[in-house]
Design a protein around this ligand. Structure first.
Ligand code: UD1
Ligand code: CA
Length: 493
């Protein structure tokens, strides 16, 4: 649904002092998505043109927005962070619609339904200013919403009387205001005597005093929590994650220990899949139906097709995994690994930028880098592709039906032709033609009778050592007596 006649203004210039971090709070992520993108995506979905007010760490925030692929945003700069009222003022040149929707940048739990309701109520009640409020048991830090003889006011906590401080109706920091009213009244906001800032919340008082139509809609507090410090970030992420876990449960996904897994926003999990304890399913991951992801595995930006099984402690990034595949335990796949159907990747195997076709197996202690492996290949334990020559990365090609013996070193660039074998322990540095056995190791020599010869030699050695020892002991004795004598002489001196 598109919302017309509204321009969004997202306030993102603040210094985020309460985060106590060098990085701006608005680029910290909630379930994998930077905070600033939550309101932006909702407004985009409604086709509402967006202004983002930047100031503190403006380049970082801008580049995070650009990285997400979202464009056609108008950026304005608030030169000095003189409060939310002043931030809105900095966006004035972009007010090209009849209503301005002002949203704090630090409200990642806001939903599209709430924004829709705000706009509908505003229009229905023909309001000049409508803002969102919520009841909250611990309102500390929020502006309080005060109703006085049918008039609405917002009082910031710093300015509250003791009695006002007990009010539990809080201002959520989201306001829809008529553009004309905003343009004519923003300058009437006075500098706050306590903080020296200009507060957008004071616009509500300005409006109420002029008897214009001011409305508020109440929504659940959990949807409008502000994130001012790392504890509030943690809480917001817990809420978002729980929402997602419940969503995937409702679609047939079984979580072994739902309270200790992590899901990013941008993921999919097919029905009857199983997500084990401590698993992280990160951005861009698509898990098919009836898959199992066992404990403590981390899957990022990876597609896993139906019925595949990722055993515990595997880390998989930027890869594509076919049907009925087994990976792990303790496997690492990264940077464009493609696994065909029915393939098996076993324990302590690392694979990087490698394509493996159907029914191929590499079960133990292997590194494959920049490699292309055909169908029905068996790669023995301890095989290593030497892809780096110190200057550049080189490719290894293993064609269909090959058998790579254990403990092979495949020195790239190298190609093993179809149906070929390499002997265990080989260092393969040259191409192997099709249907061939390659042996890349020195030939074994058997020295028959060697054990007896060695024993005889040892025996001889022992008896000659015995003789030598006896002689040298006698010499020692003589030396020792000599030494005693010398000592005595020295003592006498
Ligand atoms: C604000 C409201 C408070 C409300 C709460 C809801 C004011 C004065 N108070 O308080 O009534 O209950 O949100 O979460 O508005 N910003 C700028 N420029 C500035 C200052 C802030 O762009 O000079 C931006 C921040 O980056 C942030 C947003 O405005 O995204 C809100 O600022 P913040 O300091 O978090 O306001 P609160 O103290 O939470
Ligand atoms: Ca805030």
């Amino acid at each position: 649904m598109a919302i017309s006649n509204v321009r969004g203004v997202i306030l993102a210039a603040g210094k985020s002092t309460r985060f106590k971090t060098e990085k701006c709070k608005l680029i910290f992520t909630v379930c994998g998505q930077p905070m600033i993108l939550f309101p932006i995506k909702i407004l985009k979905d409604f086709n509402i043109p967006i202004t983002v007010v930047l100031g503190f760490k403006k380049d970082e925030i801008k580049s995070e927005i650009k990285k997400s692929g979202i464009n056609s945003i108008d950026f304005v700069v608030q030169e000095n962070q003189m409060g939310t009222g002043n931030a809105v003022k900095s966006s004035q040149k972009t007010w090209d619609r009849d209503n301005i929707l002002i949203i704090n940048g630090d409200a990642p739990l806001i939903t599209d339904e709430i924004i829709k309701e705000l706009v509908e109520e505003h229009n229905k009640k023909k309001a000049t200013l409508t803002f969102i409020s919520a009841h909250c048991f611990n309102p500390s830090g929020y502006g309080r919403v005060i109703k006085d003889k049918d008039k609405l006011f917002i009082v910031e906590e710093k300015n509250c009387t003791d009695e006002q401080r007990t009010i539990t109706l809080i201002n959520a920091g989201i306001y829809l205001v008529s553009k004309d009213f905003l343009a004519n009244n923003l300058d009437k906001i006075k500098k706050n005597p306590v903080s020296g800032e200009y507060y957008i919340t004071d616009l509500v008082e300005v409006a109420s005093k002029q008897n214009v139509n001011v409305q508020t809609i109440q929504v659940p507090y959990d949807n409008v929590r502000g994130v001012n410090n790392l504890e509030e970030l943690w809480v917001a992420e817990q809420i978002k994650r729980s929402q997602m876990i419940k969503y995937w449960m409702s679609r047939g996904v079984r979580f072994e220990l739902a309270q200790n897994i992590h899901l990013d926003l941008d993921i999919q999990i097919g029905e009857e899949s199983f997500i084990g304890t401590g698993v992280h399913v990160l951005r861009g991951t698509k898990i098919g139906k009836k898959c199992t992801i066992n404990a403590f595995s981390i899957i990022e930006n990876t597609k896993i097709d139906d019925n595949s099984h990722i055993h515990s402690h595997s880390v998989i990034q930027d890869s594509v995994i076919g049907k009925n595949v087994h990976v792990g335990p303790f496997a690492r796949l990264r940077n464009n690994v493609i696994l065909g159907d029915n393939s098996t990747i076993g324990n302590f195997v690392e694979i990087k930028n490698t394509q493996i076709d159907d029914n191929t197996k590499t079960r133990h202690l292997t590194f494959l880098g920049d490699t292309s492996v055909g169908k029905n290949v068996n790669i023995g334990a301890g095989t290593i592709t030497c892809n780096f020559d110190g200057v550049k990365k080189n490719k290894t090609i293993i064609e269909d039906n090959c058998f790579i013996g254990s403990n092979n070193t495949l020195i790239a660039p190298v190609k093993i032709g179809k149906n070929s074998y390499t002997a265990g322990g080989s260092a393969i540095s040259g191409d192997v033609p099709q249907n061939t056995l390659a042996i890349g190791r020195s030939r074994q020599k058997n020295k028959v009778g060697y054990t007896k010869k060695l024993k005889d030699k040892k025996r001889q050695n022992q008896s000659s050592n015995k003789n030598k020892n006896e002689k040298s002991n006698n010499n020692l004795k003589i030396n020792f007596i000599g030494a005693v004598k010398t000592d005595k002489i020295q003592e006498n001196v």
